[in-house]
Write a protein that binds this ligand. Structure first.
Ligand code: NDP
Length: 247
């Protein structure tokens, strides 16, 4: 599962699961570029990650931002072997009958269209080079309905369907596309849920392993899918969910 000589772009790598993936990829020998909208968060993360890490502030839902990110990454890294589509949001927790179109659109723009924009942009370069591995961070929400999260569930399931389609289009040209579907992980995204005693207990009870995960527990599956150890793997999803989907 070594990544020596490889280069990776990790969207939303400034915090949470993305930062843990960046750490693991550096440890495996890759050079990494992390993104996020906040330059301050990126700078804090880069100070911790150290040698071999680079950053570029950008919004995955903005086409021009992703074109600039790809140009900068190519300049600094000299070609991108691995793309981790990790940036994601779930800010509303509303039932659909109370959801505004703008709220639905916001989640789809970041969690689904953002994956399309990054995959298309970096995928074009990977196809030209005849090699590449794309890993999307989806969710158990792609497999089992989460309450008050219809847009989030739809976006994550959409990404998994996109990966299967891309596998048909790109496998023979050297580019693999896979997903890692986390269960509940202790990050800023779930801080509100985890701070609520009742909600946290509900999640712990529903999870066979009876706990939320640490972000570092997501990284091994991503490094595996990025590496040569997964050279015959495309279009699939590894659930790293404490058993959630199995029940
Ligand atoms: P965090 O909120 O901790 O971190 C999100 C990261 O994405 C930050 O780096 C953030 O930086 C960045 N980001 C957010 N919006 C954008 C945007 N529009 N463009 C670029 N970067 C953006 O989230 P997690 O680490 O928890 O989540 C990472 C991924 O894992 C997401 O796709 C999420 O859906 C998925 N996931 C998380 C689970 C969990 O329990 N935590 C469970 C299942 C899936 P900034 O704010 O500066 O832009």
């Amino acid at each position: 599962m070594a990544l020596q000589g490889n280069t990776a772009v990790i969207t939303g790598g400034s915090r949470g699961i993305g930062l843990a993936i960046a750490r693991a990829m550096l440890d495996a020998g890759a050079k990494v570029m992390i993104t996020g909208r906040s330059q301050d968060s990126i700078d804090t993360a880069l100070a911790e990650l150290g040698t071999g890490s680079f950053g570029h502030a950008s919004d995955v839902s903005k086409e021009a931002d992703i074109a600039q990110l790809c140009a900068h990454a190519t300049d600094v890294l000299g070609g991108v072997d691995i793309l981790v589509n990790n940036a994601g949001i779930n800010p509303y927790y509303k039932r659909t009958e109370h959801t505004e179109l703008a709220e639905w659109q916001h989640i789809i723009d970041v969690n689904l269209t953002g994956v399309f924009l990054c995959t298309r942009t970096f995928g074009q370069q990977m196809l030209e080079r005849g090699k590449g591995s794309i890993i999307n961070i989806t969710s158990v929400a792609a497999h089992s309905g989460l309450t008050r999260s219809a847009a989030y569930c739809a976006a994550k399931a959409g990404v998994e369907a996109m990966s299967k389609s891309l596998t048909k289009d790109w496998s023979a040209r050297g580019v693999r596309v896979n997903n890692v579907a986390p269960g509940y992980v202790k990050t800023d995204l779930t801080a509100g849920l985890a701070a609520n005693e009742t909600l946290r207990r509900t999640i712990e009870t529903r999870t066979p392993m009876t706990r939320l995960a640490d972000p570092s527990e997501m990284a091994g599956a991503v490094v595996y899918l990025a590496s040569g150890a997964a050279s015959y793997v495309s279009g699939t999803t590894i659930a790293v969910d404490g058993g959630w989907i199995a029940t």
